[in-house]
Design a protein around this ligand. Structure first.
Ligand code: ACM
Length: 270
């Protein structure tokens, strides 16, 4: 069994040191093999131009938040997935850093940009990838990552499942109410564990306010909800899972969710 955790909190807008303090406080005494933080956890979410976030964006290696994440992962012995604003040359991506204790840093860049994000971030170019991870006591699990609005495109979770993900980390800053009722279905149809870590509170930018819905949740491959949060609380959701149960996709004596797929019939998806 491995222990997985979803962190839900209210980030302070444009204040990475304060957000790191909030995460440290929430995770004080928490032991988990995999910890997922929200999208853009260190900066807040609502920016309308790339120039508004440029001074907060950081490279995967050598950034203040990403180096703190690696140190935190090393100290806890936990795999950590966290959303951050990634600077790569002139481009800024809405990214998730994936940190493994003592391991090479990996990044996923958000594929489906939501609303004003299209004026801020470059479209993600990493595609979907599944990464080999280990729990503190050596259990191997395969981790896929997608970010927030990617949930609305079933191809994202499907791609990760077809690549062999046992668990999908899903850092989020959700504003639409539909995701918490959709994630159990993403988990069920792909027979994977999902960890949606959302934020609470609001970001105000000029004349517009975005309010985030909380309601983080962890789902199992049967589509059951293992843990869920309310709309406003700062909380760490935890679950004990056997990640290898995600690998058995037979649903009865004759049907297997992946072996029964008919890609030759899905030509419209190309
Ligand atoms: C979103 O993708 N942050 C809604």
């Amino acid at each position: 069994m491995i222990t997985i955790a979803a962190v839900q909190f209210e980030p302070a807008y444009r204040n990475p040191p304060e957000n790191i303090r909030r995460i440290e406080t929430l995770l004080d005494g928490v032991d988990a093999d995999l910890i997922v933080l929200p999208e853009l956890f260190s900066t807040g979410y609502f920016f309308r131009t790339a120039d508004e976030i440029r001074d907060l964006a950081e490279p995967l290696s050598g950034g203040a938040s990403t180096e703190w994440l690696q140190t935190f992962s090393d100290a806890k012995g936990s795999v950590v997935v966290a959303g951050f604003a990634e600077q790569d040359g002139d481009r800024i991506f809405n990214s998730a850093a994936i940190l493994r204790p003592g391991g090479e840093k990996k990044v996923y860049r958000k594929t489906h940009l939501f609303y004003r994000e299209k004026d801020v971030f470059a479209p993600g170019d990493t595609g979907f990838e599944v990464i080999d991870c280990h729990s503190r006591n050596g259990i191997h699990f395969r981790l896929g990552t997608m970010i927030c609005f990617d949930w609305y495109f079933p191809e994202a979770a499907r791609s990760l499942a077809l690549l062999g993900a046992d668990v999908i980390a899903h850092p989020s800053n959700l504003v639409r109410k539909d995701c918490p009722r959709s994630m159990p279905i993403r988990a069920l149809e792909n027979h994977v564990f999902t960890i949606t870590s959302n934020r609470t509170g609001s970001d105000v930018n000029a004349e517009e306010t975005l309010t985030f819905i909380g309601k983080s949740l962890i789902c199992d491959p049967k589509g059951d909800i293992l843990a869920s949060a309310g709309p406003d609380e700062s909380v760490v959701l935890m679950a004990e899972i056997d990640p290898h149960t995600a690998r058995h996709r037979a649903i009865n004596a004759t049907n297997d969710l992946f072996a029964d797929r008919r890609p030759d019939m899905y030509t419209a998806l190309k």
